[in-house]
Design a protein around this ligand. Structure first.
Ligand SMILES: Cc1cc2nc3c(=O)[nH]c(=O)nc-3n(C[C@H](O)[C@H](O)[C@H](O)COP(=O)(O)O)c2cc1C
Length: 210
């Protein structure tokens, strides 16, 4: 049942995101968004949340879809990596059970605790933030991350993996969570491509960084 509800949600979200695509392209022409390359002067950090275990469309995976993309971006821009690891990692490793837990967290507007903190957060001026789309939103633990640091004057460059919802309007959600940051457009990658079409994903990253 959960899978059916999620599949319907993904299809609806895909239709909406395709409809919004034209508008996005136009707004990027003013040059205010879309330049996702790291700034010439400052340091960049790639922060990501990602799961192993059973995932949609890819079966049981040993390296999370978002982690694969995060590592590619970090290599490309020469940034350090920080993984958002839950303090108490009780997330199930089967897809349906994980969906249920994630839905409950979302309903409760939970803020799951994060195990580690980023050292010298102030020294970074560009934060690449990667996450899987969970129920057409960021996983709640990513909001914990966003609310744990001072993003005043920082640039957030979001990227996500998904199976149909594309970015699920998460640029706006991040901007609302951290109004003082400049939030760029989201790079949305299919989770199954991260596992099965890595050269294609590398090309998408290169285009996005231009
Ligand atoms: C709890 C849960 C909810 C999900 N919700 C959506 C969704 O709403 N839309 C979508 O396109 N994909 C959804 N997915 C699929 C994931 O976004 C996709 O498999 C992603 O690549 C997983 O990344 P990871 O391996 O880095 O955790 C969901 C997956 C899970 C586990």
């Amino acid at each position: 049942m959960t899978k059916k509800v999620l599949a319907l949600l993904m299809t609806l979200a895909l239709i909406l995101s395709l409809a919004a695509c034209g508008a996005k392209t136009d707004s990027s022409k003013d040059g205010s968004k879309g330049d996702n390359a790291p700034s010439a002067s400052g340091k960049s950090l790639v922060v990501y949340f990602s799961r192993t275990g059973e995932q949609d469309k890819v079966g049981v995976i040993e390296k999370g879809n978002t982690k694969i993309v995060a590592e590619m971006i970090a290599e490309k821009v020469g940034a350090e990596l920080f993984e958002i690891v839950p303090k108490n990692d009780n997330y199930p490793t089967t897809f349906d059970a994980l969906c249920d837990v994630a839905k409950e967290e979302q309903t409760k507007n939970a803020r799951p605790e994060i195990k580690d903190t980023v050292e010298n957060f102030d020294s970074y001026d560009t934060i690449y933030l990667g996450y899987p789309i969970w129920w057409a939103d960021l996983p709640m633990i990513c909001y914990t991350f966003l609310e744990s640091y001072d993003f005043n004057g920082k640039t957030i460059v979001p990227f996500c993996t998904h199976e149909g919802s594309a970015d699920a309007n998460t640029q706006k959600k991040i901007q609302t969570a951290v109004p003082k940051a400049e939030v760029k457009e989201v790079l949305a990658i299919r989770g199954q491509d991260a596992q099965n079409d890595q050269s294609g994903v590398k090309k998408q990253i290169e285009e996005w960084l231009k």
